[in-house]
Ligand binder design. Structure first.
Ligand code: S3P
Length: 179
C-alpha cells in the first residue's frame, strides 16, 4: 500500500473543509470522503442527535472508528475530517501516516459567519457562537499547527484560490516523496 496517499483537510468548523474538499476531489479526480457523514451513517442519526442522545464521547468513538477505516483505504482520496478529530492523538497519527494534512485557517469572526445560525454544530449551542469559536480556535490552534503538513489561509480568498494552493502543496509533496 502506498504511504501518505490521501489528502486530509483539517481545521475549525467553518474553515471550508467540505467545500474545498469536494472541489479538490473533483480537480484531482479522487473520491471525496466526509467523516461526519460516515459517522452519521454508522450511528444511524445526524451529528446533533448523537451528541444530544448519546453524548460527545459516543460521537468521538464513532469518529475514531471511521477515521481508522478511511485512513486505511487503499484508494487515494480526499478526506474532510470533523474539526475536533485531530485532537485525538490516534486519529492525528493515523491521518498523518496516511496522507498530507492541510490545515485550513480563518479568523473566528469569519468562521462564525460561515457556520451561520444553523443548529447543526452541537459544540456551538447555548452561548455566543463567535465567542465559542474564538475559545475553541485558541485552544486547538497548537494542535492543528502540530498535526498539519501545510497551512492554507482561507481568509479573504475564493474557494478556487484555496483549492489551487492545496493541490499545489499535494503535488509538491508527491514530487518530494518520489525524489
Ligand atoms: C466538531 C466539528 C464538526 C463535527 C462535530 C464536532 C468539532 O464538524 O464533527 O460537530 O469538534 O469541531 P465540522 O468541522 O465539519 O463542522
Amino acid at each position: 500500500m502506498s504511504e501518505r496517499r490521501h489528502l486530509v483537510l483539517t481545521g475549525m468548523m467553518g474553515a471550508g473543509k467540505s467545500v474545498v474538499g469536494r472541489e479538490c476531489a473533483r480537480v484531482l479526480d479522487r473520491p471525496f470522503v466526509d467523516t461526519d457523514a460516515l459517522v452519521e451513517e454508522q450511528a444511524g442519526k445526524p451529528v446533533p442527535a448523537i451528541f444530544a442522545e448519546d453524548g460527545e464521547e459516543a460521537f468521538r468513538a464513532h469518529e475514531r472508528s471511521v477515521i481508522a477505516e478511511v485512513a486505511a483505504r487503499e484508494e487515494p482520496s480526499v478526506l474532510a475530517v470533523g474539526g475536533g478529530a485531530v485532537l485525538d492523538p490516534d486519529n492525528a497519527s493515523a491521518l498523518r501516516e496516511a496522507g498530507l494534512v492541510a490545515w485550513l485557517t480563518a479568523t473566528s469572526s469569519t468562521l462564525a459567519q460561515r457556520v451561520g445560525p444553523d443548529h447543526d454544530r452541537p459544540l456551538l449551542e447555548g452561548g455566543d457562537r463567535a465567542e465559542r469559536l474564538e475559545a475553541l480556535l485558541r485552544e486547538r490552534t497548537p494542535v492543528y499547527a502540530e498535526v498539519a503538513d501545510v497551512t492554507v489561509e482561507t481568509e479573504g480568498r475564493t474557494v478556487g484560490e484555496v483549492v489551487a494552493e492545496v493541490v499545489t502543496a499535494l503535488e509538491s509533496a508527491v514530487e518530494r516523496e518520489r525524489a
